[in-house]
Ligand binder design. Structure first.
Ligand SMILES: Nc1ncnc2c1ncn2[C@@H]1O[C@H](COP(=O)(O)OP(=O)(O)OP(=O)(O)O)[C@@H](O)[C@H]1O
Length: 627
């Protein structure tokens, strides 16, 4: 046994840069304890168990992870049954949120910190397996006197990091022994077992989260590929990396010479950057083909066997690579399968001259999408928009078709080119097409059928080449069944339909919000947590237009570039979650109460001028309570 003073002497040798017989990871951790966490090796501290309420919070935050990890943990526990091992699952802060151990040893385990709620961060406990694993992101064993704090030197602990599918370290799985053989090598099998369990937990997590995406699993050996793959990545509808297991991240990083510790460089990149495959060929890698034929090459020349699993969802990921999506369409939404599917469909249609019908509630961005389709179409002519609901019925005809000189009383002497002709060579956008009068519908039909336009008062039709995109917030099909819209025109306009989701249903709500904050705040505007939760709670009947207006007003009202709850309109505040969100307002309110609403006194205490206090009272809508 190594005495306490010998242990301290060894740590001192390390602090002076002298060689010791320890693994490099242990030496580095000791140095972090001394220099970074400022721990004293002479001082021993018992294991720290967080209070019940904090444990509950930590467990709630890790609920999903615990659910996914549980079967892996139980499986591992069965494999080591009868050998006195204890399993701990700890979160990003090192707090043990799940525990499996022999209840017979309950008391001694709790005392040693091998228990639910124990906190094993390096700054608190010194060198320990969970803490060092969180610091380095690697699997390792901290065996007996590897521990920095003398209290923990009887223990032998082995831990492996669990990464989320975005490549961020989210938890640690630890397997520990209260007492163990002297040799560290006795724990090699334990290291292997935790690493394998973690690999399976990460795979299960990726499979659960990527149900609507392609998943590509890899193995170096064809025999194990379909039963126990080594790594996996998920791929979105545009052929970009959407998620990965840790081993997957390492393969991607090695293939391009990037660092796996910087996962942001990997996520969102086209899969073809890392392998000799394109999204379109993924179906060649499914189990329909024999395993040995499913060999892919990483860009560094490494060969791997691959197994592609198709998306489950009905929104089948469209196989269009991101490069094929015109930039204008790429800017329409954030990362989400439904949006990617819409972008891919729009991109394919944009290149044709087929008429497109865009459906969606008011303000969902139908015109915005129509413009993007025009930009992505490569058409030379202009984009001309007309709102059929906004022009009086008797004017629509001359607006659309134009007229000849003197065609009717009040007509201009020179005549006028109609919007259809103005759009020649480009796109005509017919907004609220459902409001077009029936008589004009038949004339429009002729234009579409024959590619000709006849101006009011004219007899000779003129040739036009236009692409029609129309939009309606009312379902046109219903108008057809009610006889308010011509069925033949409906089919002419609707070679394909694109449906924009309502803002409340958009999975990329945060992305839309960010665009509008940038638009109104020159990149400087941010939201307080309370304001953000109010925006998220609202159901946005006016969709993106309504959000656009709200952010526009908030940008004008916000002070110091922060949108507070008080900068939002009343209809949003009803749902607002004010708890804890607005510290400034709470501080002001408390101070005012303490000074009996004496504004000068409150201003003095807060170090503000009186006018600022007045402004803030208005802004936070504070009122004196009357007793
Ligand atoms: N993808 C988007 N990103 C950012 N802003 C958008 C997006 N889509 C729409 N907007 C904004 O939302 C507002 C409404 O868009 P748009 O006029 O295209 O909607 P609409 O569905 O055609 O409306 P309506 O049904 O009233 O005709 C505009 O200010 C537009 O700039």
């Amino acid at each position: 046994m190594v005495s306490h003073s010998e242990h301290i002497r060894e740590i001192e040798r390390v602090s002076r840069g002298l060689p010791v017989r320890r693994d490099e990871t242990v030496v580095k951790s000791w140095l972090r304890c001394l220099e970074h966490h400022r721990l004293d090796p002479a001082q021993s501290c018992e294991a720290y168990i967080v209070p019940e309420t904090r444990l509950r919070e930590h467990r709630q935050q890790s609920e999903d992870l615990i659910a996914i990890a549980r079967s892996g943990l139980e499986n591992l526990f069965r494999q080591v049954a009868g050998q006195n091992y204890v399993l701990l699952l700890s979160d990003r802060e090192g707090v043990t949120v799940e525990f499996l151990g022999d209840p017979l040893f309950g008391n001694s385990l709790r005392k040693a910190g091998l228990y639910l709620g124990s906190e094993w961060s390096e700054w608190r406990a010194g060198t320990c397996a969970v803490g060092a694993c969180l610091e380095t992101g690697e699997a390792l064993t901290i065996h007996q006197t590897d521990h920095f704090d003398n209290t923990h030197t009887p223990l032998s602990c082995t831990a492996a990091p669990i990464y989320d599918i975005q490549g961020e370290l989210s938890a640690v799985l630890d397997i520990s022994l209260l007492s163990s053989p002297i040799l560290k090598a006795s724990q090699n099998l334990a290291l292997h077992l935790v690493s394998a369990t973690v690999r399976r937990i990460e795979l299960a997590n990726l499979m659960a989260q990527a149900r609507n995406q392609w998943v590509l699993r890899f193995s170096r050996s064809p025999e194990f590929l379909d039963v126990d793959p080594e790594a996996a990545i998920s791929i979105d509808g545009l052929g970009r990396i959407a998620g990965m297991t840790h081993a997957g991240a390492k393969i991607l990083a090695r293939s391009t010479g990037l660092d796996w510790r910087d996962p942001q460089q990997l996520i969102g990149e086209p899969v073809s950057r890392f392998f000799d495959i394109e999204v379109d060929n993924l179906s060649d890698l499914t189990r329909r083909r024999p395993t040995r034929e499913r060999l892919v090459f990483a860009r560094d020349g490494n060969a791997l066997f691959a197994h592609a699993i198709e998306p489950h969802s009905k929104v089948r990921a469209p196989l269009v690579s991101r490069e094929q999506i015109p930039p204008a369409l790429r800017r329409l939404g954030g990362d989400a399968p439904v949006i990617a599917a819409l972008q891919a469909k729009a991109a394919k249609l944009a290149r044709t001259r087929l008429p497109i019908l865009i459906q969606g509630e008011t303000g969902t961005g139908k015109e915005h999408l129509a413009r993007a389709i025009h930009e992505g179409s490569g058409l030379e002519g202009p984009f001309v928009a007309i709102n059929c609901a906004a022009i009086p019925e008797q004017l629509i005809e001359s607006e659309l078709f134009g007229y000849l000189p003197g065609a009717f009383t009040g007509a201009s002497a020179k005549g006028r080119k109609g919007l259809i002709e103005q759009a020649d060579g480009g796109t005509l956008f017919l907004d609220e097409i459902g409001d077009m009068p029936l008589a004009l519908q038949s004339r429009l039909l002729r234009v579409l059928a024959e590619g000709e336009v006849l101006p009011v008062g004219g007899t000779a039709p003129r040739k036009v080449r236009i692409r029609i995109v129309s939009a309606s917030h009312r379902p046109l099909q219903t108008l057809v069944s009610q006889g308010a819209f011509r069925e033949d025109l409906y089919y002419r306009l609707n070679a394909a339909t694109l449906t924009l989701p309502a803002l409340r249903d958009r999975p990329d709500f945060d992305w839309v919000l960010e665009q509008l904050l940038k638009r109104h705040g020159d990149g400087e505007l941010i939201l307080s947590p309370a304001a953000l939760s109010a925006l998220k709670a609202h159901d946005w009947p006016g969709n993106i237009r309504e959000l656009d207006n709200v952010i526009g007003v908030a940008a004008a009202l916000a002070e110091n570039g922060v949108v507070e709850l008080g900068d939002l309109p009343d209809q949003l505040l009803a749902n607002a979650d004010t708890v804890g969100g607005n510290e400034a307002s709470a501080t002001l309110s408390l101070t005012l109460t303490a000074c009996n609403w004496n504004i000068s006194e409150a201003a003095r205490r807060l170090g503000l001028d009186r006018s600022t206090v007045h402004r803030q009272i208005k802004r936070y809508r504070l009122k004196p309570h009357r007793h």
